[in-house]
Design a protein. Structure first.
Length: 471
């Protein structure tokens, strides 16, 4: 491709983002991230209006140099140097149907476009380096329906508390004790596994397993969305939520299975908002801990069974999809915590585990994950909207999963043709620079040891530049 052609394509992508633009996780920031309307957006969003209109564009350029690799497979991270650019733009719309806080009802509609590609076509890393990348680049940049849902609030107390108006909730006051119901097309990570330090790929970290719990194989299509319903109970210091959603027909598939008797993803999370360090920090320092559990029913293969078929000579290679239509069960749990230490410094951590016997199906190939890190706001150096963050993630897979990849099997993300197993370790750091109103730039670096759990390959350093615009 000529440099003129590349420049022309990049210009088209940027124009698309400016016209389209709160995508997947970028809109799920904690209240600690809030600013006065208009300070960090290109245009103000009035609280008094019955409607809400906003947009975002996020452009990420990533590259890595050549790294050590004695062999490669079809799903390997390419060992030669490469660079790729991704762009996600989202137009977010909402309207309040009923404005009474005790029975508030609103409709949400979200159009999105995902263009560009990830390095190695988003293959070869369990903790992939760019959460914005759609794992099937053949889908192209054509705009698609991301979210359409009804959000109902049912008040259980007369006391009202202030709420931040945003793309997933338009009310500015809500009952302190309430039930919230959501039904329609949604992303489960919009509601579950949120974390004020590590959730937002547009202003914070970029890695899949830094912003999400990698062991949570949450129900979603290739683009990260599904149809379902979520019920949530909120009180002063406690929340509990349950969600049921459609699973894809095949692993990493774009089409969903509408037969809930055969396939579904069920999720339960409880959240306790209280300082986790007691008297070690000031009483007003906020802390949160969340416990998540999930059970998936879908047409998933069993790693051990497919390994045995190969060893018995029944298949030329282990193939996790080589089975009849069936409904199997995959389950797991996660912990997620964050704690303010000072006005500007926060720490966070995650732990995740799943049973690992059945195929990784909807998110990524992780059976266990451990993560910890923190962020520091730039108020100390006169830039309150700047932020620096550092996180370490270590991911693992179970023995049958390891053996499957060692024998030459392919998952929907991994497959080097062989495997000398080790945990996949990721160290990520970023600096986000606020330049003017809704315009942000960031530098990000991710050092990855044992990419794809293979100690024969790597390490690799992936460097990124990000431009983000909030409209």
């Amino acid at each position: 491709m000529s440099s003129l052609s590349f420049a022309h394509r990049l210009a088209v992508l940027c124009t698309t983002a400016a016209l389209l633009c709160p995508t997947r996780r970028a809109l799920a920031q904690a209240p600690a991230e809030a600013h006065t309307a208009g300070d960090t957006t290109m245009a103000p969003h009035p609280d008094g209006a019955r409607w809400f209109l906003a947009g975002q564009a996020n452009v990420i350029f990533q590259a890595h140099a050549p790294f050590h690799s004695p062999y490669e497979g079809r799903n390997s991270l390419l060992c030669r140097g490469e660079y790729k650019t991704s762009l996600v733009g989202t137009l977010f719309m909402g309207a309040e149907i009923l404005r009474n806080p005790s029975h508030h009802l609103e409709a949400i509609y979200d159009e999105e476009s995902a263009a560009g590609r990830g390095i190695s076509e988003a293959l070869g890393l369990a903790g992939f380096t760019n959460l914005d990348v759609v794992r099937n680049p053949s889908l192209g940049p054509v705009p698609y329906l991301a979210r359409v849902q009804l959000h109902q609030t049912i008040g259980l107390s007369a006391k009202l508390v202030d709420a931040e108006r945003g793309p997933f909730s338009l009310a500015t006051q809500v009952p302190e004790r309430r039930i919230e119901l959501r039904v329609g097309k949604l992303g489960l990570p919009d509601t579950f596994d949120l974390n004020g330090v590590g959730t937002d790929s547009h202003l914070q970290f970029m890695n899949w397993t830094t912003d999400n719990n990698g062991a949570w194989d949450y129900a979603a299509d290739t683009r990260g969305y599904t149809y379902g319903g979520i019920a949530e109970y909120d009180d002063h210091a406690f929340s509990a939520r349950y969600g049921v959603a459609l699973m894809p027909i095949v692993a990493n598939g774009i089409n969903l299975d509408w037969d809930l008797r055969r396939a579904s993803g069920q999720n339960v999370e409880v959240e306790w908002r209280h300082s986790l360090l007691g008297g070690l920090v000031a009483p007003d320092r906020k802390g949160v801990v969340r416990a998540l559990s999930y059970v998936n029913h879908a047409n998933m293969g069993d790693y051990r069974q497919q390994n045995m078929k190969f060893l018995e000579g029944l298949t030329p290679t282990p193939e996790i999809t080589a089975h009849g239509l069936q409904s199997t069960v995959k389950y797991g749990f996660g912990l997620n915590a964050e704690q303010e230490l000072t006005d500007n410094l926060r720490v966070f951590g995650r732990f995740g585990w799943n049973e690992g016997q059945h195929e990784s199906y909807a998110y990524t190939e992780v059976d266990q994950t451990i993560e910890f890190g923190g962020d520091l706001a730039g108020k100390q150096w006169g830039r309150p909207d700047d932020k620096v963050g550092v996180a370490f993630v270590t991911n693992a897979i179970k023995r049958d999963h390891q053996e499957y990849l060692k024998l030459g099997g392919l998952g929907f993300i991994l497959g080097d043709g062989h495997l000398n197993y080790a945990r996949e370790d990721i160290l990520e750091g970023y600096y986000t620079l606020h330049t003017w109103r809704g315009l942000f730039y960031a530098l990000d670096a991710q050092f990855i040891d044992h990419p794809g759990y293979n100690q024969d390959r790597g390490p690799v350093l992936v460097e990124s530049v990000r431009m983000h615009v909030d409209f």
